[in-house]
Design a protein around this ligand. Structure first.
Ligand code: ASP
Length: 314
C-alpha cells in the first residue's frame, strides 16, 4: 500500500447507472449526450487530482456534475416516488480513516452529495434522513432549491407508465441511473461517492443501497473504493461495496476478481446492476451483470467513456 509520502499515479472512475443499455435503445444524439456528460464529470474530478488534490474532493466534484445533468437519476432528473415526489439519497466515504456521511429522503438540497459530505465533516453522525436532514442542510448553508427543481417530464412519464401497468421499475426505465465516482489520489488515498433518486415508483419511505455505507458505497485505503448502481434491495442484502473491499483486504483478491465474484452473487440472488472500483495499487475496475453500464475512467494518461458491454472497455 502506498503511504502518504509516496507519490502515486491518480485514478478516477465514474458511473451513471447500469441496465439494459444497448445501442438499439439509445439514439445517436442521446449516446453523444451521455458520453459528453460522463466526460465532463471525469474532467471535473481529474482537475482536482491532477493538481495534487484529494480523492474526496475529486469524487464530490465528479458526482456534482452528474447530479446537475437531467439525463441521470440523481439530483435534477431524479425518478419519482409513487406519490409523485423526488426523494434523494447520497453517500460519501473517505478511505483514509473510513469517515463517512450519508443522507436519505431529502428533497431540497441541490447537491445531495455535498450534504452527505457535510454530515461526514460537520455532524457527529453518519446517516441523516428526511426533513431534518434538509434542516441540517440549511444550517450548513448548502444551496437550496424548491422540490420541483428535480422534476422532469421524462421521469414523470416513466412514473405514469409504471403506475398504469404491471411493469417493474426496471422495465419502465430499462436502466438504473444512479451516479457515482471513485478515486485514488496522488497521495495514495481512495474515496467513493454515490448519489441517486432511487427507483421509480418507490413507496413508504423506501431507501435503497446508494446511501448505505457498505452496500452502495465504501472506501478503505487498505483495500479499495466502490460505488454501486442497480436494484438496491439486492445490493443491501449482499453488502456489495464492503464485501468487495473485504475480499481484497482479507482474501487477497484483485479488484476485478473481487468485484466480479460479488456481482455474480448479486445475480445469483436475482439482482441486477454494476459497480466501479479503484484500488490503492491503481487498479480501475468496472463490473456489471447487465447489458451495459454508463461508465468512464481517467488517469494522468487520458480519459475514456463507454456505455455498452461491447464497447472497447468491459
Ligand atoms: N441503486 C439504486 C437504488 O436501489 C438505484 C440505481 O442504481 O439507479 O435506489
Amino acid at each position: 500500500m502506498a503511504t502518504a509520502a509516496q507519490a502515486t499515479d491518480w485514478k478516477l472512475v465514474v458511473h451513471g447507472g447500469a441496465g439494459v443499455i444497448e445501442r438499439s435503445r439509445i439514439s445517436p444524439e442521446k449516446d453523444r449526450e451521455i458520453r459528453a456528460a460522463l466526460d465532463r464529470a471525469l474532467q471535473a474530478g481529474s482537475k482536482v487530482l491532477d493538481s495534487g488534490g484529494e480523492a474526496i474532493d475529486a469524487v464530490e466534484a465528479a458526482v456534482q456534475v452528474l447530479e446537475d445533468d437531467p439525463s441521470f437519476n440523481a439530483g435534477k432528473g431524479a425518478v419519482f416516488t409513487y406519490e409523485g415526489k423526488n426523494e434523494l439519497d447520497a453517500s460519501i466515504m473517505d478511505g483514509r480513516d473510513r469517515a463517512a456521511g450519508a443522507v436519505a429522503v431529502i428533497t431540497q438540497t441541490k447537491h445531495p452529495i455535498s450534504l452527505a459530505r457535510a454530515v461526514m465533516e460537520n455532524s457527529p453522525h453518519v446517516f441523516l434522513s428526511g426533513e431534518d436532514a434538509d434542516l441540517f442542510s440549511r444550517e450548513q448553508k448548502l444551496e437550496q432549491v424548491p422540490p420541483t427543481y428535480f422534476a422532469t417530464g421524462f421521469r414523470r412519464r416513466q412514473l405514469e407508465e409504471f403506475k398504469s401497468d404491471t411493469v417493474s421499475a426496471l422495465d419502465v426505465e430499462y436502466k438504473y441511473g444512479t451516479v457515482g465516482a471513485v478515486a485514488l489520489d496522488s497521495h495514495g488515498h481512495v474515496a467513493a461517492a454515490t448519489s441517486t433518486g432511487g427507483m421509480t415508483g418507490k413507496r413508504w419511505g423506501r431507501i435503497g443501497d446508494s446511501p448505505i455505507i457498505g452496500a452502495g458505497t465504501y472506501a478503505d485505503d487498505r483495500a479499495c473504493a466502490v460505488s454501486a448502481t442497480g436494484h438496491g434491495e439486492y445490493f443491501i442484502r449482499v453488502g456489495v461495496a464492503h464485501e468487495i473491499c473485504a475480499r481484497i483486504r482479507i482474501g487477497g483478491a484483485s479488484g476485478q476478481d473481487a468485484a466480479d465474484s460479488v456481482m455474480a452473487e448479486v445475480k445469483a440472488l436475482g439482482g441486477e446492476g454494476g459497480v466501479i472500483a479503484v484500488t490503492p495499487a491503481g487498479e480501475m475496475v468496472y463490473s456489471f451483470n447487465t447489458p451495459g453500464m454508463y461508465r468512464g475512467r481517467a488517469s494522468n494518461t487520458g480519459r475514456s467513456v463507454a456505455l455498452y458491454s461491447a464497447d472497447d472497455e468491459r
